[in-house]
Design a protein around this ligand. Structure first.
Ligand code: PRP
Ligand code: ZN
Length: 299
C-alpha cells in the first residue's frame, strides 16, 4: 500500500451534513485553508486535508483509497457496503463512529389514502428507491417479493408519475412525504452522520493522526450534552439532594468556610437536563443552583 503522511477526509460539499461536519472538525481543533476551486482544503494545523464532494461519492472514494475517511450518512455507507458484499463477498468499508447529527431514517412510504397492513402489503408492488440493496435486504428479511425501481433522485414523485406504487426514501422532518401525499409506513434503517473508514490499517503517519482525531471526536461528543452543575445544600439535606441527582453522576462535596452547616456540591450531568430536572433538585433541598456548559473534557 502507498504510504502517505497526510490524512484525507471526504466531506459533503453542500447539503444537510456539510455545515455540521466542518463545525465538528473545527471543534476538534483542526483548521483548514480553502482553495480557490473549493474542492480541496489544506489542513493548516494538522496533517489532515479535506476533499469536498457529493455525499453519494464518499464511500467509493474511501474504498478506492482516494480518501482515508469520510463524514457521511449511514444510509449511503451501508448501501455501498452491501453492494460490495454482494459483488465480492466482503467490504472494506466500516463505520468508526456515529456522530450524533444529521439524524433521519430510511423508510417505506405509501400513498396516504392507502391502507398499509405490514410488509405483506408490499408484495408484488413496484417500490422506487435510491437504496436498492438496503431495500432488498429488508424485503428478504420479511420474505416479501416486490419489484425494486432504482431512481437516483426525486423518488418521492414516482407514485404520482405512475413509475412506482410506493417509495423507500430518507425521511427527516417528513415534509417531503406530506407534500407528496405519502405517509411513512415502515422504517427500515436509522441513520445519522457517521465517520466512515476503510478496514485497511495505516502503516504510516496517518495512523497516529487518526488516533488523535478519534480521541478529540470522542471528547467533543462527550461534552456536547454535558453540563457542570454547581449548588449549595445544608448538611442535613445532603442525602436527599444526592439522591435527586441523575444516576451515574460523580459528585464532589465541599465544606464552605465559615458556614458550618453549608456544603457546596459540584457534579457533571449529561443527557437531557432541563428546568424540570433542576427544579427537582431544588425541591430536594439544594439552593443557589448554577448550570454551566462544558467546553472540553479529557478523561
Ligand atoms: C432526502 C430525501 C427527501 C428529503 C426528506 O434528500 O430524498 O427528499 O431528504 O427530508 P424531509 O423529511 O425533511 O422532507 P436529501 O436532502 O438528503 O438529498 P439527497 O438524497 O439528494 O442527498
Ligand atoms: Zn445525495
Amino acid at each position: 500500500m502507498k504510504t502517505r503522511d497526510r490524512l484525507r477526509i471526504a466531506v459533503q460539499k453542500s447539503g444537510r451534513l456539510s455545515d455540521a461536519s466542518q463545525q465538528l472538525l473545527a471543534q476538534c481543533g483542526l483548521k483548514f485553508r480553502q482553495s480557490r476551486d473549493k474542492l480541496f482544503c489544506f489542513g493548516e494545523t494538522h496533517p489532515v486535508d479535506l476533499l469536498l464532494v457529493r455525499d453519494d461519492d464518499i464511500p467509493g472514494l474511501i474504498s478506492e483509497g482516494v480518501c482515508d475517511l469520510g463524514f457521511v450518512g449511514r444510509n449511503v455507507l451501508e448501501e455501498l457496503r452491501l453492494e460490495q458484499v454482494a459483488l465480492t463477498g466482503s467490504s472494506v468499508l466500516q463505520e468508526l463512529r456515529a456522530l450524533g447529527y444529521g439524524g433521519c431514517r430510511l423508510s417505506i412510504a405509501t400513498p396516504q389514502d392507502e391502507l398499509f397492513e405490514g410488509a405483506q402489503s408490499l408484495s408484488g408492488r413496484r417500490i422506487a428507491t435510491s437504496y436498492p440493496r438496503l431495500l432488498a435486504r429488508y424485503l428478504a428479511s420479511e420474505g416479501v417479493t416486490a419489484q425494486i425501481v432504482v431512481l437516483s433522485g426525486s423518488v418521492e414523485i414516482a407514485p404520482r408519475l405512475g413509475s412506482a406504487d410506493v417509495i423507500c426514501d430518507l425521511v427527516s422532518s417528513g415534509a417531503t412525504l406530506v407534500a407528496n401525499q405519502l405517509k411513512e409506513s415502515v422504517k427500515i434503517l436509522d441513520s445519522e452522520a457517521v465517520l466512515a473508514a476503510s478496514t485497511t490499517e495505516f502503516l504510516d503517519a496517518r495512523q497516529p493522526m487518526l488516533d488523535l482525531l478519534l480521541r478529540r471526536l470522542d471528547g467533543v461528543m462527550a461534552v456536547r450534552e454535558t453540563r457542570l452543575l454547581l449548588m449549595r445544600a445544608k448538611r442535613s439535606a445532603l442525602d436527599s439532594v444526592r439522591s435527586s441527582l441523575p444516576r451515574h453522576s460523580t459528585t464532589t462535596v465541599m465544606a464552605v468556610q465559615g458556614e458550618d452547616d453549608q456544603l457546596a456540591l459540584q457534579t457533571v450531568v449529561s443527557g437531557t437536563f432541563g428546568w424540570a430536572e433542576l427544579e427537582a433538585i431544588q425541591l430536594a433541598g439544594a439552593t443557589q443552583l448554577l448550570v454551566l456548559p462544558v467546553e472540553r473534557m479529557l478523561a
